[in-house]
Design a protein around this ligand. Structure first.
Ligand SMILES: Cc1cc2nc3c(=O)[nH]c(=O)nc-3n(C[C@H](O)[C@H](O)[C@H](O)COP(=O)(O)OP(=O)(O)OC[C@H]3O[C@@H](n4cnc5c(N)ncnc54)[C@H](O)[C@@H]3O)c2cc1C
Length: 377
């Protein structure tokens, strides 16, 4: 039996940010992760981090690798009917995305965290969350003041919070691809096409992420490499900018769906990141929300140890405001990306795009939420 102040379940972006911030605040914690270190250091997912999140990580000394190695992007391109429409959100907001593969951030956060962490931990259970929590696993028990439930969409912590879960299913899938090929364009490209959406996002100079809208019931076997490249070339076609192909090192179908718990805490258990809310990667928001939660949660726990429980009491409400803003934006963007198969909605999309591209006020409003606003932590 052992004791620590906070047990953090899950070593993804949320859990590792919480652990690092707690450690820097002088609050002991223990991180328990189900997978091996090698596995989580190679799990490729997100890539676009909003500038406010980078600045917060920087403020806590957690962004050295990111600032050294991540290129920034402040514009993207819509491609519709073979025409390119550049959208420069850095010019409108003064802020940019940092392009840094999620696994690189995870590696940096693991390297920066000198506290205890255990990998390959199975069968975690939580007890007495109302008053004096403890966590058991593999015949061990750890008593603590708080549990930070950061174990993602398939973790166990969510089931301990008696919350109402609201869900939205887009009824579509995205074939998520990673190609060992240099980017085919200088910026992110959103291809709006009657055959379905296609996306292009640089990850590194030699690896590019692509997305293809597909049926949610498709499997990777439905998408042989030839079909992938033909569809990408068709849906992203513009004169003079060929799609550069290469070996596909990841190919998997993501069902596009969202969920949000109406409360993120139960007694001394507080959820952060995808344990509490999932937003389909349409607007690249999930990891940014995970970091946002982590910042608020550690602020609340630190205040609690300083004798002020009110910040932690307001934790759910403080997180869920941004969560719902990003959910609404993702849905709005989804309508833009996915409606072109029907001629009527294709015209509505054209009208929406014209407004976005021709009205500075509409563009500013879009840009503000696309890059996310800094919050006061
Ligand atoms: C293809 C793709 C592209 C994306 N692109 C972007 C992007 O550009 N920008 C963006 O902001 N977001 C993006 N996202 C979303 C982003 O990857 C997630 O939102 C982010 O990983 C959430 O972080 P998290 O820490 O909450 O959860 P996770 O990253 O899922 O971490 C949870 C951790 O808990 C561990 N765990 C699970 N169960 C247990 C258990 N029972 N016990 C112990 N440990 C457990 C898991 O192994 C994992 O390490 C993308 C997602 C995908 C799939």
């Amino acid at each position: 039996m052992g004791r620590t102040k906070v047990v953090v379940i899950g070593a993804g972006p949320a859990g590792l940010t919480v652990a690092n911030l707690l450690h820097r605040a002088g609050i002991d914690c223990l991180v328990l992760e189900r997978e091996t270190r090698e596995f989580i250091e190679q799990r490729a997912r997100a890539g676009f981090i909003e500038e406010w999140a980078v600045r917060e990580l920087e403020r806590h000394g957690l962004a050295d690798g990111l600032l050294r190695r991540a290129p920034t992007q402040g514009s993207f391109e819509f491609r519709v009917d073979g025409v390119r429409h550049q959208f420069d959100y850095a010019e409108l907001t003064g802020h940019r995305h940092f392009v840094y593969p999620q696994q690189e951030l995870v590696k940096d956060l693991l390297t920066g965290y000198p506290g205890p962490i255990q990998f390959s931990v199975e069968d975690i259970r939580l007890h007495d969350l109302a008053t004096s929590p403890s966590v058991t696993y593999a015949g061990q028990r750890v008593d603590c003041d708080f549990v930070a439930g950061c174990d993602g969409a398939r973790g166990i912590c969510q089931s301990y919070v008696p919350a109402t879960i609201t869900r939205h299913d887009y009824g579509i899938g995205w074939l998520a691809l990673l190609a060992e090929a240099p980017p085919s364009a200088r910026s992110v490209v959103f291809g709006i096409h009657p055959l379905g959406f296609a996306g292009h996002m640089a990850r590194t100079p030699s690896v590019t992420r692509y997305y293809l809208q597909c049926s949610p019931g498709d499997t990777a076997d439905d998408w042989p490499d030839d079909r992938v490249w033909t569809q990408l070339r068709t849906r992203l076609a513009v004169p003079g900018e060929p799609i550069i192909d290469g070996p596909l090192i990841e190919k998997r179908v993501l069902p596009m769906h969202n969920y949000v718990l109406d409360r993120m805490s139960a007694g001394r258990l507080h959820l952060a990141g995808e344990a509490a809310h999932l937003v389909a990667p349409i607007a690249a928001k999930g990891m940014n929300l995970a970091i946002h939660d982590a910042l608020l949660l550690t602020r609340g726990i630190a205040a609690w140890y300083d004798g002020d429980p009110s910040t932690l009491d307001g934790y759910s409400a403080a997180c869920l405001g941004r969560v719902w803003q990003y959910q609404e934006f993702s849905l709005w963007l989804s309508d833009l990306f996915h409606g072109s198969r029907d001629p009527f909605t294709h015209q509505l999309i054209q009208a929406r795009l014209r407004r976005l591209l021709n009205s500075r006020k509409a563009a500013e409003s879009f840009a503000e939420i696309y890059i996310g606003q800094h919050a006061d932590f």
